[in-house]
Write a protein that binds this ligand. Structure first.
Ligand SMILES: [Zn+2]
Length: 249
């Protein structure tokens, strides 16, 4: 059987609810945390945010008994249940193949093979994007896609809002995003299948997930290139359906 290698993946993230991925700053006293947007005003999901949910997705896979063997090989660096110092595999077992998480995402001692870029909004390309880009939308129009919401902490006993505990966030509507991630080396299919499974297993992105915000679905496909020409693609779903065969390669 031919062994397949992949060079990049195109990934879609479809939000099913409103979400909040902050820009890291606010608007003085008006809004505490603005939604992350690009210079054109169009919502984006930063590569670091996506890499974070994929790391969580990979780690979560290991809870399935199907991945028992892989669970035993994850190094301490990626295992929050081991006390410090948690050494990455590049240090604790130098010269050996890194664990799945170090391989894809890196550790303090080595870079992961994935180059992350920001994911851009692809919802209603004809409608939303030109509108937000031009800045010619009314506040009402913009609020269909990005709107502020308030949250607060209550005093348990009386139900009153605690002093200085009222927050205003901006949140994005149930938008769709797409991004391409590139691999610094060709990834063999028996490894790529884990990444596909982790992404399909991802359920939410951004803050306040426990309150039902940011529920999402990920999908995508891998692509192989030879001499700058795309020679093969494989859907995540299709790979994962045959995961038992792929893992054994
Ligand atoms: Zn490791």
């Amino acid at each position: 059987m031919n062994i397949c290698y992949y060079n990049e993946a195109t990934v879609q993230i479809k939000l099913k609810t409103q979400y909040h991925v902050g820009s890291g700053f606010g608007l003085g006293r008006v809004i505490d945390s603005l939604l992350r947007i690009n210079p054109d005003g169009v919502p984006v999901l930063p590569g670091t945010t996506v890499s974070g949910i994929v790391a969580q997705g990979l780690y979560d896979l290991l809870h399935f008994s199907f991945f028992e063997r892989e669970r035993d090989t994850i190094c301490a660096f990626h295992n929050p249940h081991i006390p410090e110092p948690r050494l990455p595999c590049a240090i604790s077992r130098p010269g050996e193949d890194p664990c799945m998480l170090c391989y894809f995402l890196g550790s303090s001692a080595q870079e992961g093979i994935i180059a992350w870029e920001d994911f851009t909004c692809t919802s209603d390309k004809e409608l939303i994007l030109p509108m937000l880009k031009s800045g010619k939308c009314s506040a009402d129009e913009r609020q269909q896609y990005i709107k502020p919401y308030a949250s607060h902490k209550q005093e348990m006993r009386t139900g009153t809002v605690l002093d200085r505990h009222l927050f205003f966030f901006e949140e994005g509507a149930a938008l769709e995003f797409e991004g391409t991630i590139r691999f610094s080396e060709s990834v063999q299919e028996n490894k790529a299948v884990y990444l596909a499974a982790a992404m399909l297993n991802t359920r939410a992105v951004g803050r306040r997930k426990s309150r039902g915000k940011g529920a999402c679905k990920m999908s995508g496909s891998f692509a192989s290139f030879e001499n700058n020409k795309q020679v093969r693609t494989a859907e995540f779903r299709e790979l994962v359906e045959n995961i038992e065969d792929r893992k054994a390669l």
